[in-house]
Design a protein around this ligand. Structure first.
Ligand SMILES: Nc1ncnc2c1ncn2[C@@H]1O[C@H](COP(=O)(O)OP(=O)(O)O)[C@@H](O)[C@H]1O
Ligand SMILES: [Mg+2]
Length: 574
């Protein structure tokens, strides 16, 4: 379709608002244009966090010379022309506003050549001036240069964050589109340095590996769901891989990165009880849905969408993520669960569940389970175990009625300590005075952090009092921690805080206790007497969620009799 100016009645139906808020918004709009033009290679160059220069070059279809002046007019677009088109949008752009807005607040140069054209054309607009156009030699495709952003609206510059922050936002935009379009090759240079590159080979995991490292990227579980109305793909972290904030939950609808608090909470619900409170999964979900069932014309930056049936989307996302998690974790953590939930694939199928598309029902309505009720849980209780021995001073071997259990003594002890706390916190927490109070001296930064925790700790049964400059005295411990080193336990509450981790108001107590449990639990490699090992097993049997530690890592590997028979080739033998 050629570029044309939308009729006023169509233009007036487009969500109003500012498109260009910051350099990253320019990068986003220009990348979207390149993708809509069918580019397979997109190069982005920024100087001074995009304030001095943003240049995006693509090898897409280009803009014809005679249409070039139209491209920078408001409500001029080649992507829709009627109001009905707003309900069948398959392109990323449709508002016809980005280039016009950019041209009014920066020095904009567009150089473009279509495949058919002998020459290219260059158009220049400075702060909303009359466009100047001239013929020029140019490769096929389009290069858009945006210099001195906000040069004529200095007030807008004041709202920008520091250069590193603005640079990070640009990085994030490029990464989002590289993941949404893994077959397109992206390259981002910031101040002459390569900041990000993707190969365009279609492998999302490879892109993530370049960002988070191979080890973590390898752990991500593939999501693959399809029914007659939806397709959902992507990668999600197993319960053991989490972050301290929800920034790594990324949602895309029809390849458009979106913010959606409802779907984010559906994802969190799916992880509920599998990961500790205060921890968040890493999620990249790509949802494909009929464009008629989703309104993208809600937000000027196209960052939000409205679903025709939000409740159905919530249920679907929660179900798909949960199901993927259980199938993914079953393989490595709990090969066979007693009484598997109805829909859970038998063990043979779990092997292939990771790679195969999980087929949904063939009826037109997707399975939308009632939140919570149908969700399976990994944290079932364990049967009574008979202690057999220990390997590497780390793993306890035990036998149950349904096979062999290998138990990680550290993770198991963490769980046991944590549940002692949970049980006590339902009644009144009692303290136990230390015969010899311990002293704790901290750096002044740590001391400041620690002082904030003291009231919470004292409520939990500790007795901690300031004892001079940056020094504290631990006089009593909650009785569920009887016998542990007081200073060690308390120190755990301020160590290893992850960057940006802030105590969460409602969840602080559990989080603090989980940190303490991790610190004081018996270590891997620590030798335990048979009696101590047996006592640990007894306590673990009593736990509500014995199969994971409070941080969500597995405490045990269960090798069922069934699995052993298969592995030894006995199944079916005479
Ligand atoms: N990189 C590009 N390659 C080809 N055409 C482009 C490119 N950038 C912009 N255009 C053309 O300019 C028009 C206006 O772009 P824009 O202002 O971003 O509005 P929209 O993308 O909403 O249509 C687009 O509809 C498209 O026809
Ligand atoms: Mg656009």
């Amino acid at each position: 379709m050629a570029i044309q100016i939308l009729a006023p009645e169509v233009a007036s139906q487009i969500a109003a608002g500012e498109v260009v808020e910051r350099p990253a918004s320019v990068v986003k709009e220009l990348i979207e244009n390149a993708l809509d033009a069918g580019a397979t290679q997109i190069h982005i160059q920024c100087l001074s966090a995009g304030k001095k220069l943003i240049e995006v070059s693509d090898n897409g279809e280009g803009i014809a010379g005679e249409e070039l002046p139209l491209a920078v007019l408001r409500h001029a677009t080649s992507k829709i022309n009627s109001a009905q088109d707003l309900w069948r949008i398959t392109t990323l752009g449709f508002r016809g506003e980005a280039l016009a807005s950019i041209g009014s607040i920066a020095r904009l140069t567009i150089t473009s050549r279509t495949r058919q054209a002998e020459v290219g054309y260059r158009l220049i607009v400075e702060g909303g001036s009359e466009p100047q156009i001239q013929a020029t030699g140019a490769p096929h495709g389009t290069t858009v240069r945006v210099e001195d952003l906000f040069f004529n609206v200095p007030a807008r510059r004041k709202f920008l964050k520091s250069d590193p922050t603005e640079r990070q936002r640009i990085d994030a935009v490029v990464v989002d589109y590289a993941l949404a379009f893994p077959r397109v090759q992206f390259q981002l240079m910031q101040d002459g340095r390569l900041s990000f590159a993707s190969s365009g080979n279609g492998e999302r995991r490879e892109i993530l590996a370049s960002l988070m490292g191979v080890d973590e990227a390898r752990q991500l579980i593939e999501v693959n769901y399809e029914d007659s109305d939806f397709r959902i793909g992507g990668l999600i972290s197993p319960p053991g891989l989490t972050r301290s904030n929800r920034r790594e939950i990324h949602l895309f609808v029809n390849r458009r990165p979106i913010q959606d608090s409802l779907l984010t909470s559906a994802v969190l619900q799916a992880y509920h009880t599998l990961i500790m409170v205060g921890r968040f999964p890493l999620v990249w979900l790509f949802i494909e849905i009929d464009p008629q069932k989703v309104d993208v014309n809600v937000h000027p930056a196209k960052a939000e969408v409205r679903f025709a049936n939000p409740g159905q989307m919530f249920g679907l996302i929660q179900h798909v993520v949960r199901r993927t998690l259980v199938a993914g974790s079953s393989l490595s953590v709990f090969p066979a669960m007693p009484n598997p939930p109805v829909w859970q694939p038998p063990f043979d199928e779990i092997q292939s569940a990771r790679s195969e598309v999980v087929q949904g029902t063939t009826t037109s309505s997707p399975p939308v389970p009632h939140p919570e009720t149908e969700l399976p849980t990994l944290n079932q209780k364990i049967p009574l175990l008979r202690w057999i021995g220990q390997v590497a001073n780390t793993y306890i071997i035990a036998e149950g009625p349904d096979g062999l259990y290998l138990i990680d003594q550290h993770a198991a002890h963490e769980r046991v300590l944590f549940e002692r706390f949970l049980r006590q916190s339902q009644t009144t927490i009692t303290s136990q005075k230390l015969l010899q109070p311990s002293l704790l001296t901290l750096s002044s930064a740590q001391a400041a952090l620690f002082e904030e925790q003291i009231p919470i700790l004292n409520r939990l049964g500790f007795e901690i009092v300031p004892f001079g400059l940056n020094t504290f005295q631990v006089r009593a411990l909650p009785s569920f921690f009887a016998g542990v080193d007081g200073a060690l336990a308390v120190r755990a509450t301020i160590e290893d805080f992850e960057e940006n981790e802030e105590p969460l108001k409602r969840e602080t107590e559990k989080r603090l206790i989980a940190r303490i449990c991790k610190r004081i639990a018996v270590k891997a490699g620590q030798s335990l007497s048979p009696e101590e090992q047996k006592a640990l097993l007894r306590e673990l049997e009593d736990c509500q969620s014995p199969r994971t530690c409070p941080h969500g890592r597995p405490t045990m590997i269960h090798l069922s009799v069934d699995l052993l028979e298969r592995q030894f080739g006995r199944r079916g033998a005479i």
